[in-house]
Design a protein around this ligand. Sequence first.
Ligand SMILES: *Cc1c(COP(=O)(O)O)cnc(C)c1O
Length: 399
Amino acid sequence: MAMQFLEMPDKDGFFGEYGGQIIPPQLKAIMDDINMAYDQVSQTKAFKDELQALYSDYVGRPSPIYFARRLTEQQGGARIFLKREDLNHTGAHKINHCLGEALLAKHMGKTKVLAETGAGQHGVALATACALVGIDCEIHMGEIDIAKEHPNVTKMKILGCKLIPVTRGTRTLKDAVDSAFDEYLKDPVNFFYAIGSVVGPHPFPKMVRDFQSIVGIEAREQFLAKEGKLPDYVIACVGGGSNAIGLFTAFLSDDDVKMVGVEPAGLGLDTADHAATLTLGEKGAIHGFKCYNLQDKEGNPLPVYSIASGLDYPGVGPQHCYLKDIERVSYEVIDDQECLNAFMTLSRLEGIIPALESAHAVAYAMKLAKTLPADQTILINLSGRGDKDADFVAEKLSL
Ligand SMILES: *Cc1c(COP(=O)(O)O)cnc(C)c1O
């Protein structure tokens, strides 16, 4: 079992039938070049040491594991633990892979790092990493999102990235992707497109997973040291799937550890307003790779929705698709209402305001804990903090 997972993806970037490179030949050559550079550079002592030093002295790793006593008592069942990625510099797990990508771009001699952002979380994490590493950064963001996401827009400006407002089409994430990609195609040899999750063409699902796997490596050691055994369940929310695969990877070969990925049911699976890609999606191509995705009859991505903007992506990482098919991970859903309830419950019982994304994982863990005996344990990846969501929730609940 162990080797089976470590050797994934295969040399062409496939996890079973998912992943790969569904891109024009010109881009395939560039992606293969990134893959080769990554395989070489990431194995050098210099790169490993540099990234490790940044994880510890800059991000503040290892992030702690915290026993949520009051949350556990309220549910009355399995004991619930949190892996505190919300305590990282910039407040979420995204900094782990953004630092890796920025460092790799620098080592490859690229002149500019490019990306799109929706709510601005990826934009801020990437702008932070680029400021630190010392490389130009350009973020494309829809005009409508720019108007909505004021604090993140301001942060990106302060951090010195070039923010490009996207005025075409929907003026949201969908067109920001196209805009950033057009810019990238002007000079893919010198530019680096930094993808924000375990999605996109090979080698991105592999690289982003590897950079995030520090989460599970730490968590496994910390949990063993604390409890003398491994957790019975590990749980994480799934948008593209980077924080989930980051936690899961270290446990994949531990057959007794059950894993749950939590997708957003939004307003309900019987409505169009959800982003339950693995639960309701069909196999197809999106953004350069094969995965389950939510698409119309012509194979175009459907508009998706979640109260947590970091989870509303119509595709999902190829490794998650594979793990679903072989039934190593079970994928469940949580709707907006359950998410809000978990957001408030964790805030009021533990004094921890979670990101709405992470609150999906908390909500599922709360339901699960009740059904389990007290000698069982659940470890949640608390992927980020909820400062960004506080105003929105306060308004929504008329606080
Ligand atoms: C972006 C984000 C997510 C979703 O992305 P994944 O790639 O699925 O991890 C989850 N939690 C937080 C806090 C985020 O910012």
